[in-house]
Write a protein that binds this ligand. Structure first.
Ligand code: DC
Length: 238
């Protein structure tokens, strides 16, 4: 693979988005948030008005989804449905609650995985999700699996909601986090799993900056080794 690909997978609240963006910006690579693609697919199905618990209806509705994903330097991935920017609209609690119906459907996953691989072919990439290292980019140069205890992730989420002025209770948020873990891990195709060759990083007691710096160090080592290998093979050396 000539493109440099770094995958960052893990459960929700492990700090993937912040950390992946820091890594991408500091290494000058493009950043892809695949969760945004599943969110957009969910919003589309909700708008079409089908029964979300009917996988056939979801597979049918997805055929009319015109999804445009724009990778932005130093910012969140911008997503458009039929030309309309929905970058903020995909972040509502309703969308989050309904994602699992859509993300469980094989036709949806196959379509989005294909789109993600095409994006990978267009240049160097740091990509985050649940299945990036296991399924989408099995030959990635560096695979990272981020995690933190459910309690730590729930506390982060609770504080984030509080900052945004949204009422919630810590116990409710913790229940939500555990439920999403269960849904993400029990998904047959593209479920959340650590790739065998992924580097595991526990983010519980580290700042995003510290985690990003560890990943950057690893990435620089891997990419330098890859360049040396390519140079040697060009010279016909072993
Ligand atoms: O990263 P996020 O919380 O925005 O992702 C939302 C949901 O999308 C997540 O709960 C599961 C699904 N998802 C997925 O199934 N596969 C991915 N590669 C990324 C996200």
């Amino acid at each position: 693979m000539s493109q440099n690909i770094i995958t960052i997978d893990g459960p929700s609240g492990a700090g993937k988005s912040t950390i992946t963006r820091l890594v991408a910006a500091r290494l000058g690579l493009r950043y892809l948030d695949t969760g945004a693609m599943y969110r957009a697919a969910t919003l589309h199905c909700m708008r079409v008005g089908i029964r979300l618990d009917d996988p056939k209806a979801v597979a049918g509705a997805i055929k009319s989804l015109q999804l445009d994903v724009e990778l932005v330097q130093d910012g969140p991935v911008r997503v458009r449905i039929s030309g309309q920017d929905v970058t903020d609209k995909i972040r509502t609690p309703e969308v989050t609650r309904n994602i699992h119906y859509v993300a469980d459907v094989m036709e949806v996953r196959n379509w989005l995985v294909e789109m993600q691989r095409k994006i990978g072919l267009q240049g160097d990439l740091v990509t985050e999700g649940r299945d990036q290292g296991t399924l989408v980019f099995p030959h990635a140069d560096l695979k990272v699996y981020l995690f933190a205890s459910p309690e730590v992730r729930a506390r982060r989420r609770f504080n984030e909601l509080k900052e945004r002025g949204m009422e919630s209770s810590y116990d409710e948020v913790l229940k939500d986090v555990s439920q999403r873990d269960h849904l993400d891990m029990s998904r047959e195709l593209g479920g959340l799993r650590k790739a065998m060759d992924a580097v595991e990083l526990d983010t519980s007691s580290l700042t995003p900056d510290e985690v990003a710096e560890s990943i950057i160090k690893l990435a620089k080592g891997r990419l330098a080794a890859k360049t040396r290998k390519i140079d040697k093979s060009k010279l016909g050396l072993k």
